[in-house]
Design a protein around this ligand. Structure first.
Ligand SMILES: [Zn+2]
Length: 464
């Protein structure tokens, strides 16, 4: 494909920088725990007043049938879709014959600060460095075609703000901020020698908003409200045992009913919702019964509990965890827990699909720059349970539907996300080929994505 109106480049606000490649030497003595991830950025950043895309077939995110139409982007939004859309003067025109235009992908279970960092790096450093790591992880996600991230634990408020202000390039972020965990709960990453603790001696991780340890109704209310104050679009509670944590077997129930309901009340008073970390059947039930609107994981849920989720309209935000190449590196205690989790993955996806649950997609990549690179591949793996259409719909239209639960506090109020329609945010990918026929195309953005656009700005341009 050729750039038709190259001369228009000069009359628009255009930023093009050379491809960024970094040869990283990992010679920093205090950080033996792993190298910083490589930059995956293409180095492209092009902003135009108007962009016209012609000749692509369009997957709008929701409908299986593809449309053949032209599309006009004006500023941040899609302004017209139709046959022979007229190009405003100076528009950047893209001939996209042979390409499929799909909405930008959404990862609804992301941790910007934990995704690419090793635990060693996080232990030895502070907030400034965490933000730099998260900014890098964010930028890399954008270059894989993920234009929106729902960040469900971690200090992401600054990265979210910096992205929206244009200080850094990355996907839109819906941040929960630090997850709330009870003492000894799923995000109590303190050492045993750090207790007993009082409010006067908060752990440095709490001071850095990595997580909040909170017990008792008044303290839970305070922490929820502190997160809302900082821009949380939803609240994350650790409601049961987890794999990577040290003190909580999977079967544990976390937060009392009173604490849980207090968190839900304060969150709903703000116009948004609580989502929970819940793996065991008991923790999932605990979440539904106490008012969570979304459950992260749910790998050990029974049919009865999944039916309860269906009846209550609660979202299942699950990850395709299997004992495969994407399994995290774990110690023996963690490995035993992971094994008990992954045995449920097949059953829960199949049953949730059969029962017609609202299912969201998210990767939950933790502590590995190499695993983070597989964000698109993890999405493609969903073909084990769903058709390519169902997978792509889940990562766009459906994930955006979940995000609408934050609509009253959304940082992005101008139009819908996750869809290609007039008035929607211009977050889109041109895929070389048809991912509804060959889902594997989305696992390699570098090779198969001709264009990645977010907010009307082009971050990858590699059209043939
Ligand atoms: Zn997670």
């Amino acid at each position: 494909m050729k750039i038709r109106v190259l001369t228009t480049l000069l009359c628009t606000s255009l930023v093009v920088s050379p491809a960024a490649t970094v040869a990283h030497e990992d010679n920093h003595a205090i950080l033996p725990a792993g190298a910083v991830g490589e930059i995956e950025a293409t180095g492209v950043k092009m902003r135009f007043d108007n962009v016209v895309i012609r000749g692509a077939q369009i997957f709008n995110g929701c409908d299986e049938e593809l449309a053949q139409a032209d599309l006009l982007v004006s500023g941040q939004l899609i302004s017209a879709i139709g046959a022979d859309v007229e190009a405003p003067e100076g528009a950047f025109e893209i001939d996209a014959q042979g390409y499929t235009l799909i909405p930008g992908l959404i990862d609804n279970h992301w941790h910007g600060v934990f995704a690419e960092a090793t635990i060693g790096q996080l232990m030895l450093t502070g907030e400034g460095y965490w933000n730099l790591l998260a900014a890098r992880a964010s930028n890399n996600a954008l270059n894989r075609g993920f234009t929106t991230l729902r960040d469900v634990a971690g200090p992401m408020f600054d990265v979210a703000r910096a992205t929206d202000e244009g200080l850094i390039d990355g996907p839109r972020v819906f941040p929960s901020g630090p997850a709330l965990s009870i003492t000894a709960g799923h995000q109590d990453f303190r050492l045993t020698r750090d207790v007993p603790a009082t409010r006067d001696n908060l752990h440095s991780f709490e001071l850095g908003s990595m997580f909040y340890i909170t017990d008792g109704v008044p303290d839970v209310l305070k922490r929820v409200r502190e997160n809302l104050m900082q821009g949380a679009t939803h609240i994350k509670l650790m409601a049961g045992g987890g794999v990577t944590s040290s003190y909580d077997p999977i079967h544990t129930i976390q937060f009392t009913d009173q604490e849980f309901q207090a968190a839900v009340e304060a969150t709903e008073a703000w116009g948004t919702y609580v989502t929970t970390h819940a793996i065991s059947d008991e923790a999932v039930k605990h979440s539904i019964e106490n008012g969570a609107r979304s459950v992260e994981h749910g790998h050990m849920a029974t049919r009865e509990t999944l039916q309860m989720m269906k009846d209550e309209g609660v979202w299942l935000s699950m990850q395709p965890f299997l004992d495969d190449e994407d399994a995290p590196t774990l110690n023996e205690f963690q490995k035993a827990k992971y094994t008990s989790v992954v045995v449920g993955t097949d059953f829960v996806y199949r049953t949730a699909k059969e029962l017609g649950l609202k299912i969201a997609f998210g990767t939950d990549t933790l502590f590995s720059a190499d695993l983070a690179k597989r964000q698109g591949a993890v999405l493609a793996k969903m073909e084990r349970w769903f058709t390519p259409y169902e997978v792509l719909k889940m990562a766009t239209c459906d994930n955006a539907e979940l995000l609408k639960m934050s609509q009253k506090v959304t940082p992005y109020p101008l139009g819908p996300l996750g869809v290609i329609e007039e008035g929607a945010y211009a977050d889109m990918i041109l895929v070389d080929g048809n991912p509804l026929e060959n889902l594997d195309l989305i696992s390699d953005a570098k090779a198969n994505f001709g264009m990645i656009m977010k907010d009307g700005i082009i971050y990858k341009y590699d059209m043939e």
